[in-house]
Design a protein around this ligand. Structure first.
Ligand code: ATP
Ligand code: MG
Length: 403
């Protein structure tokens, strides 16, 4: 078994030693069967959250009422351990009104979304697969466990998850599951934006994104995602771009805003409930890109936005095909050649300024620093005390003449 499971095996053994059943479940089992890189390793067990907490010295309660406890191993690795459960009815199409802990693995697997995600694996690598997920994996199809429309009524997010998995795994959606999506698409409206955002980001980064976005539009699901209702054709356009080259969330959302031709960027990003940090970075990227489209990569824009932001904006330009390959080397070169990278690098501080100009405070100080930054970047003076002193005296003289 893959090395990643080793610590997990110890957790399963501990649970078994205490008289419980425990198995690997979900994505890690699916990915093992597909020879894909494994993400998080989840464990399902007959032990209740209280029993799990009593067995392991270090645990984190992330949702004991839903049965989930994180077990932290001696190597500081975290594993989600979830009690076998069935979900009660979903009156809001979002979350189960109740969860009931159950004793059988099969009942737990039955509440899972797709057959490929409803496979369990023992600590010895034996596969338990009551819904024939392995056969569906071999056929490369995504099929709901049980009747699609019933499962989508319970939790409408599963429709978007089907499209997300089709993107990540390059699988097709089995006919009844697809018909279910077409029929129930509007239920997606009820799902919280945060859950949609997570799935959408994974969808966009999948290898099969081209077909997945086509599927998103043809099923009509896109109409129930924030501000995408009118953007079917734009989404198809995104599908033709090498999105996988983008490394960060902010780069991804910058690309979306550009290709979707979003007018009100703040409003659009807010409606997807992105963290403030991401929203801010997207807005910075857009400013940089606008500047670069007008004037190219100059010293000033690289100085103002810094190396990281410049490279991120360049990555977006590259994906859009608006920029030449190898431009990041050029940006690095310019950045490294800058005599200063921020105000802090100027070897002339507030005290020096007071010594020359006296104690008068005022907006002139900010103006002086702005001009000084530019003068240094464009090498009109040097970042060295004598030269700076001279430059400041000249500047003050001109300032006094003008104001
Ligand atoms: P990834 O590799 O992207 O993490 P995953 O299959 O592990 O994929 P998760 O979202 O982490 O997906 O969920 C873990 C498991 O929990 C799934 O494999 C599935 O069995 C179950 N699951 C998750 N979300 C749902 C849902 N909305 N409805 C039913 N089962 C779900
Ligand atoms: Mg997972």
């Amino acid at each position: 078994m893959h090395k990643a499971f080793h610590q997990g095996i110890l957790i399963i053994e501990r649970l078994e030693d205490n008289g419980h059943e425990a198995y690997f479940v979900g994505g890690s089992v699916r990915d093992t069967l597909m020879n894909r890189i494994i993400g998080d390793i989840d464990i399902a067990t007959s032990a209740t959250p209280k029993e799990i907490q009593a067995i392991f010295p270090k645990t984190i309660d992330v949702g004991a009422e839903h049965g989930t406890i994180i077990v932290v191993t001696s190597e500081q690795e975290s594993y989600e351990v979830t009690t076998f459960r069935t979900d009660g009815t979903y009156t809001d199409n979002r979350h189960p009104d109740t969860v009931t802990f159950v004793k059988s693995l099969e009942e737990d697997l039955k509440r899972r979304d797709f057959t490929m995600n409803a496979i369990a694996m023992t600590k010895n690598g034996k596969i338990l697969d009551p819904f024939y997920g392995e056969s569906d994996i071999k056929k490369s199809v995504i099929r709901t466990v049980g009747k699609a429309t019933e499962r989508f009524k319970e939790d409408a997010l599963r429709m978007l998850r089907a499209v997300r998995f089709s993107s990540q795994l390059s699988f097709s959606v089995e006919t009844d599951t697809l018909l279910g999506i077409q029929k129930d698409q509007a239920l997606l409206e009820m799902v919280s934006v945060e859950r949609k955002t997570m799935e959408m980001e994974k969808l966009l980064k999948g290898q099969g994104v081209k077909n997945a976005l086509e599927l998103l539009v043809t099923t009509g699901l896109h109409s129930f995602l924030p501000h995408l209702e009118e953007k079917g054709n734009h989404l198809r356009e995104i599908a033709t771009l090498p999105i996988y080259k983008l490394q960060s969330r902010s780069a991804l959302w910058t690309l979306l805003v550009i290709v979707l031709e979003v007018d009100e960027v703040g409003c659009f990003l807010n409606s997807w409930k992105l963290p403030k940090k991401v929203t801010k970075a997207v807005q910075e990227n857009l400013k940089v890109i606008e500047e670069v489209k007008l004037r190219g990569w100059g010293k000033e824009v690289i100085y103002r936005s810094g190396l990281e932001q410049s490279l991120e904006a360049q990555q977006v330009l590259n994906v859009l095909g608006w920029d030449k390959q190898g431009m990041s080397v050029h940006i690095h070169k310019i950045y490294n050649s800058l005599p200063i990278h921020s105000l802090k690098d100027i070897v002339f501080d507030g005290n020096d300024l007071i010594n020359i100009a006296g104690e008068k405070r005022g907006k002139w100080i900010a103006m002086l620093y702005q001009d000084l930054e530019l003068a240094l970047i464009h090498e009109e003076t040097q970042n060295e005390r004598a030269a700076l002193k001279e430059w400041v005296c000249n500047w003050l003289q001109k300032y006094d003449q003008n104001y």
